[in-house]
Design a protein around this ligand. Structure first.
Ligand SMILES: NC(=O)C1=CN([C@@H]2O[C@H](COP(=O)(O)OP(=O)(O)OC[C@H]3O[C@@H](n4cnc5c(N)ncnc54)[C@H](OP(=O)(O)O)[C@@H]3O)[C@@H](O)[C@H]2O)C=CC1
Ligand SMILES: N[C@@H](CC(=O)OP(=O)(O)O)C(=O)O
Length: 362
């Protein structure tokens, strides 16, 4: 079912949980002037509650705090707090130590929750939704509502940011040729560790070959994301992923080198062609934050690069490059995505816009 966009003056009231954090700040930036959503409520820790947003936040974005948002008063993350009264959607950039229960409380209180935290990703009734990859996973929502006793609320999560870029980059191949095995090595930006994240002493002139929990997340989440929903049950894709994750001295954007074994053999030219002709799913759905293309192929011999490609499609587009044959598996390629836009806040925004279009916000 497709709903008309909310009329001007009748925007949907939304809240941001964890509004003061790295992902929360990106939400505030992306929601500023949004045609469908109006930010009316902000939540963060008790340390921030009661302060205005501009006093509570340690703003680290390269654009100023949106003037209309600066004077909003931050609340505790409780659905019965007065500011959340008419809110139909919350975007969660909460610290994973607190996100799980808070998000459940909001969903129970009839609010649609779009989360960046890992807490609910592996629940058997919660989708890890990436519209260009698996929008059919939305079909689980009626079962989730029934199982949890939610009426109008529900929980939808994002993938881990490295997993999101990889999933969007490989989806055209998975759809056309099938994928059996992936070896992936990541070079992940420091913003992925939040603020203050790693110390300068750790990250300057250095690469850290360890990001706690990241490899297992890539290996697990990709199977669920590329899988199917059958009779209200997720069925994982039969794909083996081995991930090696590294933190590098880059501000934003995760670069990933993949070697892929296809189910049905294809040449590098055929793979490039299938990426170039993959449909622009979010744009075709009419989502206001959608880029022109969810995934693009860059033919230059030395791209993608973080500094050059992080803002392709305003940070919503994943760039693939260096597609070539592989001596061990079938195809090698490089995938790049902005970790806090398509990999976090922007991805959640697309998920919420999709739910508006599908008439799930009521
Ligand atoms: N950074 C990234 O690239 C990505 C991050 N994520 C996930 O998104 C989430 C947020 O990450 P990030 O923004 O980096 O984290 P930050 O540490 O920067 O922000 C955490 C937020 O949670 C709030 N918070 C902390 N404790 C509490 C509490 N007791 N009750 C309510 N709110 C609380 C903080 O509020 P206060 O300021 O008041 O302390 C802050 O707003 C995490 O779960 C992370 O794993 C997902 C994908 C990518
Ligand atoms: N671990 C990711 C960011 C993150 O917080 O991921 P997750 O949402 O899976 O916890 C990184 O360091 O780049």
């Amino acid at each position: 079912m497709r709903m008309a966009a909310p009329a001007p003056g009748q925007k949907i009231k939304v809240g941001v949980l964890g509004a003061t954090g790295s992902v929360g700040q990106r939400f505030m930036q992306l929601l500023n002037g949004h045609p469908w959503f109006d930010v009316v409520a902000l939540g963060a820790s008790p340390r921030s509650a009661g302060k205005t947003y501009e006093d509570a936040v340690n703003w680290k974005q390269s654009v100023p705090i949106p003037p209309a948002m600066a004077p909003l008063v931050v609340s505790e993350c409780k659905p019965d707090a007065p500011v959340f009264k008419d809110v139909k959607i919350v975007f969660s950039g909460l610290d994973a130590n607190f996100a799980g229960e808070v998000e459940e409380a909001f969903a129970k209180a009839d609010v649609a929750v779009f989360s960046n935290a890992k807490n609910h990703r592996y629940d058997s009734d919660v989708p890890i939704l990436i519209p260009p990859v698996n929008l059919d996973h939305l079909d689980i929502i009626p079962a989730q509502r029934k199982a949890r006793g939610y009426d109008k609320g529900f929980i939808i999560t994002n993938a881990n940011c490295s997993t999101t870029a990889m999933a969007i980059g490989i989806k055209p191949l998975a759809a056309k040729f099938g994928i059996e095995t992936i070896m992936v090595t990541t070079m992940q930006a420091i913003s992925g560790a939040g603020y203050p994240g790693l110390s300068g002493m750790d990250v300057l002139d250095n690469v850290v070959p360890y990001i706690g929990g990241e490899e297992v997340k890539m290996e697990t989440e990709s199977r669920k994301i590329l899988g199917t929903v059958q009779n209200s049950v997720f069925v994982d894709a039969d794909v083996n992923v081995a991930a090696m994750c590294n933190r590098v001295n880059v501000l934003d954007g995760h670069l990933e080198c993949l070697s892929i074994k296809l189910a049905n053999k294809a040449t590098a030219e055929e793979v490039i062609d299938c990426i170039k002709t993959y449909p622009s799913i979010t744009k075709d759905l009419g989502l206001p934050s959608a880029p022109d293309h969810d995934v693009v192929y860059n033919p230059s011999h030395d791209r993608p690069q973080p500094r050059m490609d992080r803002m392709v499609g305003d940070g919503y587009t994943v760039t693939v490059g260096r597609v070539r044959d592989c001596n061990v598996f079938d195809i090698r390629m490089v995938v790049f995505g902005h970790n806090t836009i398509v990999g976090a806040a922007g991805g959640s925004l697309l998920n919420a816009e999709l739910c508006v279009v599908r008439d799930l916000i009521n």
